[in-house]
Design a protein around this ligand. Structure first.
Ligand code: IPE
Ligand code: IPE
Ligand code: MG
Length: 239
């Protein structure tokens, strides 16, 4: 379990995670990729609970990207099935778990049933301990394009003039409006790239890349990432 030293350090208010490595985890065991995604869902449960224990306010997780539709139909269907199962349980246990939900991404491409579950989870969420921002059919570029379109529409309707656009106003058009930028972004699985995650919000985030595969990721790994975060010297362009 958690290492006591880390518990003394305040955790970041907002942690984001690219939940990567499910496929390789399954391959190593001779299992189908979907088994890796099922184990990844368990890892997510563990980490969401642990974030609540630590007092992390926002946990943003990358679950399915705008590019992940390129995968086989079998795999995509398997992931969607797991999401439905997870959301069913999350809706049932929401009060007990004290986790609220927001969805970042274009939900319109999901099945009507899954869309409804996402909207239900969002509307039944209250001001619980942890807010999970679930990135589903999410792409950082897509998010910025949508924001730009919405702003252009508001200009056309006379709600704004082009010169009104500031960084803060732009942020308010993103899925993450009202959520502070993540201080820490973790990518397990050994890959060192953003893969289109939180492009705008990560301007000054600290990245921690880790060799562990997501289904194996546990509280000790989160402790290690937070320790690494505390060793960084965040300058924000200053000296
Ligand atoms: C992350 O694990 C889950 C999704 C992208 C949906 P991967 O499925 O990408 O696992 P690897 O990278 O192939 O090991
Ligand atoms: C990023 O992982 C997306 C999610 C974890 C949901 P990918 O496995 O899709 O990214 P690439 O293909 O390695 O860049
Ligand atoms: Mg991957």
């Amino acid at each position: 379990m958690a290492n006591t030293e880390t518990k003394l350090l305040p955790p970041p208010e907002h942690i984001a995670i690219i939940m990567d490595g499910n496929g390789r985890w399954a391959k190593k065991r001779g299992l189908p990729r979907t088994a890796g995604h099922a184990a990844g869902a368990e890892a997510f449960r563990r980490i969401a609970n642990y974030c609540r224990t630590l007092g992390v306010r926002y946990l943003t997780v990358y679950a399915f990207s705008t590019e992940n539709w390129k995968r086989s139909q079998d795999e995509v269907e398997g992931i969607m099935r797991l999401l439905r199962k997870y959301l069913e349980e999350a809706l049932r246990d929401m009060e007990k778990n004290r986790v609220s939900f927001r969805f970042f991404g274009d939900l319109s491409r999901l099945s009507p049933k899954l869309q409804k579950m996402c909207l239900d989870a969002q509307s039944r969420s209250q001001d619980y301990d942890v807010q999970v921002n679930f990135c589903l059919n999410y792409g950082g570029r897509d998010e910025i394009v949508r924001a730009a379109r919405c702003f252009a529409q508001d200009v056309l309707e006379g709600k704004h003039a082009p010169e009104d656009l500031t960084e803060d106003l732009m942020s308010s058009y993103l899925y993450s409006a009202d959520v502070p930028d993540p201080e820490l972004i973790i990518r397990p699985s050994g890959e060192m790239r953003t893969s289109n995650f939180l492009l705008w919000q990560s301007a000054y985030s600290e990245y921690v890349f880790m060799d562990v595969l997501w289904p194996d990721f546990g509280p000790e790994d989160l402790d290690r990432a937070i320790e690494e975060y505390h060793r960084r010297n965040r300058r924000f362009g200053g000296t």
